[in-house]
Design a protein around this ligand. Structure first.
Ligand code: 6PG
Length: 257
């Protein structure tokens, strides 16, 4: 299997280089959004991979380069736990980024993990529409991770309503604890101007190869990450060399710099 088209997949030597490359993309998206619309909607991912990126965004030069007053932060998904719970994606983003940059609380739109997931999904959907003024928001940049089963956000293989054409956010159940989740739907993700996957580690190499080889006809429920294809937006995969399938003829992005 040849390496997918260069412009969509970038391979970095290690997690540190990947985080640096991701920070470049966040800065670019923020700059372009602010030039064109005066505001940038940034959707944060949970899990462990984005932590390094979030710390970089909170440090110089990113901290000063980004006009945080124009950034509107949203979340791709959340676990149904209180916002100060160690398992909370909001808590992780707050600790690594949001508490360390001059962003106003009212511009951070978390998912209410303390509520029952169905209620939290409806509440989040209402807030998304109110905060963006759009029935179907077009996020400027969505940061996503991917699990070894091909899930992304909290869209897991077999998730009902994965392809819901009305909802922006739904309640789902994870095979791993915390089980109750709230997640953006594929409809919301695929309306974005840009989606950036961050994938690292050898344990993801096999599924990454499957996801990037999956065709548009592949059932979304089998590999949800493969169904993230922005209808009118950019899709970027930033991966480290350990996650790159062995069959790829990999020059790393840093090689090409
Ligand atoms: C979550 C994330 C989830 C995550 C993947 C990858 O709530 O955990 O939204 O989709 O991005 O599971 O997680 P790692 O980055 O920890 O491998």
């Amino acid at each position: 299997m040849s390496t997918p088209s260069e412009q969509s997949v970038r391979v970095f030597a290690d997690p540190e280089a990947l985080a640096e490359g991701a920070a470049v993309e966040v800065r670019r998206a923020a700059r372009e959004a602010m030039e064109e619309r005066g505001v940038c909607s940034l959707v944060l991912a949970g899990g462990s991979t984005p932590r390094r990126l979030y710390r970089k965004l909170a440090e110089e030069p990113c901290r000063s380069e980004i006009d945080w007053s124009a950034i509107r932060v949203f979340f791709g998904d959340e676990r149904s736990v209180p916002p100060d719970d160690p398992a909370s994606n909001y808590a992780m983003a707050r600790a690594t980024l949001l508490s360390r940059v001059p962003i106003e609380e009212r511009n951070v739109h978390r998912i209410a993990g303390e509520l029952k997931p169905g209620r939290a999904a409806i509440r989040y959907e209402e807030e998304l529409r109110r905060a963006t003024g759009a029935e179907l928001p077009r996020f400027d940049l969505v940061v996503l991770g991917m699990g070894t089963d091909g899930h992304t956000a909290s869209l897991f293989p077999g998730t009902p309503k994965l392809l819901d054409e009305e909802r922006l956010a739904i309640a789902t159940v994870s095979p791993c604890p915390p089980r109750d989740r709230v997640t953006l739907t594929l409809r919301a993700l695929n309306a974005a101007r840009g989606v950036m996957f961050l994938v690292q580690g050898a344990e993801k190499s096999h599924v990454l190869g499957e996801v990037l080889a999956a065709g548009a006809a592949d059932p979304a429920s089998r590999l949800p990450a493969a169904s993230v294809r922005p209808k009118d937006g950019e899709l970027l995969w930033l991966v480290d060399r350990a996650a790159a399938p062995a069959s790829w003829d990999c020059r790393t992005a840093s090689d090409s710099l």
